[in-house]
Write a new protein. Structure first.
Length: 357
């Protein structure tokens, strides 16, 4: 198992943008000191929900300030990027980091972002699939051409090439069963969102294996990832109090408002995002803390959290990306306590190899 931190770059009221970057970088360095395997950064645009508008510059900065921890994108929203530039920038970060880049990508979903870039949401899937093909060609071919719907390339050599061969490991962000199956057919593993229940995570791994096998991809050594809320304390009572505060933050209108929903300029819900509509604008706003505690978060004392991690491991997940509390409602000291307690009390149970008898 590998354990990672996930960084949204949410900018709370009263904070400067520089405050946010300093905060997240301190958390990355602290995670490395504790032995975490990776740190993943989110791309968002046009509102304080997340202010890392371009992952690769911050990834290069993080690589320069660390030595061992892997650096991940969760995710590069490919419809917003020229695929050739995206390939160049990722390869450069892979080289500068000594081969530590993990490449997560997705089609995006937030209406405010697509409207800002003047792109229709209905094109998101096709733009993403086209970009993936170009990325792989750019990273592996000395010269190539590509005649796509959105990108035309003629006899181009993309430099630099990434250090990892044939290219950095890739994941897609997954919300819906349709997305899981779509990329399983291409042999690309997924990272589930933090609001996926444990049951839905299991269904996703089963679906991925089924579709991948049908398309001739190996399924025995899977590489799935999952974002999970980490709510850990020395006692279950203390962890439960943390969970109550976390649920209140999620209900904040600044986090959940319709600007973050996949709605076209016409006001209609975007085609291909109906699962998002049913799941995230409906049921999740009505869920109780008990639901999150039992079915989504890795929450409780170390033993209970370890049991949750074992459940994920048994499903085939090899990477867990921890979401933490958001400042200022959750202090840096509390987040550091969570990371430290997990690293000391839970992580060794999944890192220590038992010698063969």
């Amino acid at each position: 198992m590998e354990f990672h931190t996930f960084h949204l770059f949410h900018c709370p009221d009263g904070w400067s943008h520089q405050d946010v970057y300093k905060y997240e970088m301190e958390m990355v360095q602290y995670a490395e000191d504790l032995g975490y395997d990776g740190a993943w950064f989110a791309e968002h645009h046009f509102r304080n929900y997340g202010i890392c508008s371009s992952i690769m510059p911050f990834a290069a900065f993080a690589a320069a300030r660390t030595t061992k921890i892997k650096i991940g994108s969760a995710i590069v929203v490919l419809p917003f990027h020229n695929p050739l530039r995206a390939a160049e920038e990722a390869a450069q970060v892979d080289l500068l980091s000594g081969g530590r880049l993990m490449y997560g990508f997705g089609r995006g979903y937030q209406s405010i972002e697509f409207n800002g870039f003047n792109l229709p949401l209905q094109e998101a899937r096709a733009r993403t699939d086209e970009a993936i093909e170009i990325l792989k060609l750019a990273w592996t071919q000395d010269q190539f051409s590509y005649d796509g719907e959105f990108t035309k390339v003629e006899n181009v050599t993309v430099l630099p090439k990434p250090l990892q061969k044939p290219h950095p490991p890739m994941w897609t962000a997954s919300v819906s069963p349709e997305t899981v199956g779509h990329y399983a057919a291409k042999g690309i593993p997924f990272i589930t969102d933090p609001l996926a229940t444990f049951g839905r995570c299991k269904r996703a791994t089963d679906e991925w294996r089924k579709v991948a096998a049908e398309h001739g991809h190996p399924v025995d050594d899977t590489n799935f990832g999952s974002m999970r809320g980490l709510v850990i304390a020395e006692t279950e009572k203390e962890a439960r109090a943390m969970a109550e505060r976390a649920r209140e933050f999620q209900k904040d209108d600044n986090i959940t408002n319709l600007q973050g929903a996949p709605i076209e300029k016409t006001g209609e819900f975007a085609a291909g995002y109906y699962y998002w509509k049913d799941r995230y604008l409906g049921k999740n706003q009505e869920l109780t803390v008990d639901f999150f505690w039992d079915r989504m978060w890795l929450a409780g004392d170390p033993d209970r959290v370890a049991a949750g991690v074992k459940t994920m491991e048994d499903m085939g997940f090899k990477h867990i990306l921890f979401t933490l509390g958001h400042a200022p409602s959750t202090s840096m000291e509390e987040n550091k306590r969570r990371l430290k307690l997990f690293a000391e009390s839970v992580m060794p149970r999944f890192k220590t190899k038992v010698a063969a008898v």
